[in-house]
Ligand binder design. Structure first.
Ligand SMILES: CC(C)(COP(=O)(O)OP(=O)(O)OC[C@H]1O[C@@H](n2cnc3c(N)ncnc32)[C@H](O)[C@@H]1OP(=O)(O)O)[C@@H](O)C(=O)NCCC(=O)NCCS
Length: 169
């Protein structure tokens, strides 16, 4: 089995992270972005993460190749939301179902336990049994459903929201 490494993202991961994300932009309702990105267009987002704050970006590599990423970002813009984060995770196609998601979220939430992050929220477009199982495994609990909040591929999609308290370590 190839060596698996989970680590903080580095500047040279931007292209690989964008390529993984673009797969879902083009083919999946899991994200509500509609048009694929050039990596440079994602640079401001990519540079919004810091290794010691509540907004962190991790990648997982196998055989030196980035196969997925997970991050915590701002939940909402207004400053009283500063201690709330939204977490998201994407693996390369065909990389699911063998623990990479669990490895990424383990690293992310271990890191977040040492930061000011207090609550984590995640929005999942049903049906997405893998994402729901992963989030529940990490202690996310369902909050409710935003009905028909997104429109993609010619139809409306619900968003099921989940939350968890960020344990401190
Ligand atoms: C969601 C995703 C990150 C999960 O990562 P993963 O590596 O496949 O998950 P893991 O192998 O670590 O397994 C985590 C849990 O999900 C379950 N799971 C994984 N794939 C599954 C599937 N296809 N159907 C049902 N459950 C699944 C596992 O059994 C495990 O559950 P358990 O902890 O109760 O045993 C990954 O499937 C993915 O990138 N999906 C496409 C993008 C996406 O939807 N991202 C989420 C946006 S909200």
């Amino acid at each position: 089995m190839s060596e698996r490494v989970v680590r903080q993202a580095r500047p040279d991961d931007l292209a690989a992270v964008t390529e993984i994300y673009n797969h879902y932009v083009i083919h999946s309702e899991a994200t509500f972005d509609l048009e694929p990105f050039e990596p440079e267009a994602r640079r401001p987002w990519f540079e919004s993460f810091a290794a010691d704050g509540p907004h962190q970006l991790f990648v997982v590599e196998e055989a030196g190749r980035v196969r997925g990423y997970a991050y915590s970002g701002r939940f909402r813009a207004k400053p009283a939301y500063d201690a709330s984060v939204e977490t998201t995770i994407y693996l390369a196609p065909n990389a699911g179902g063998r623990g990479l998601g669990t490895a990424l979220y383990s690293a992310l939430f271990t890191a977040l336990s040492k930061t000011s992050a207090h609550r984590a929220f995640a929005g999942i477009v049903p049906p997405n049994p893998a994402s729901e199982a992963l989030h529940r495994r990490f202690g996310f609990e369902p909050l409710g459903v935003f009905r028909e909040a997104g429109h993609k591929f010619g139809r409306y999609w619900d968003v099921a929201w989940f939350q968890k308290g960020v344990e401190k370590g």
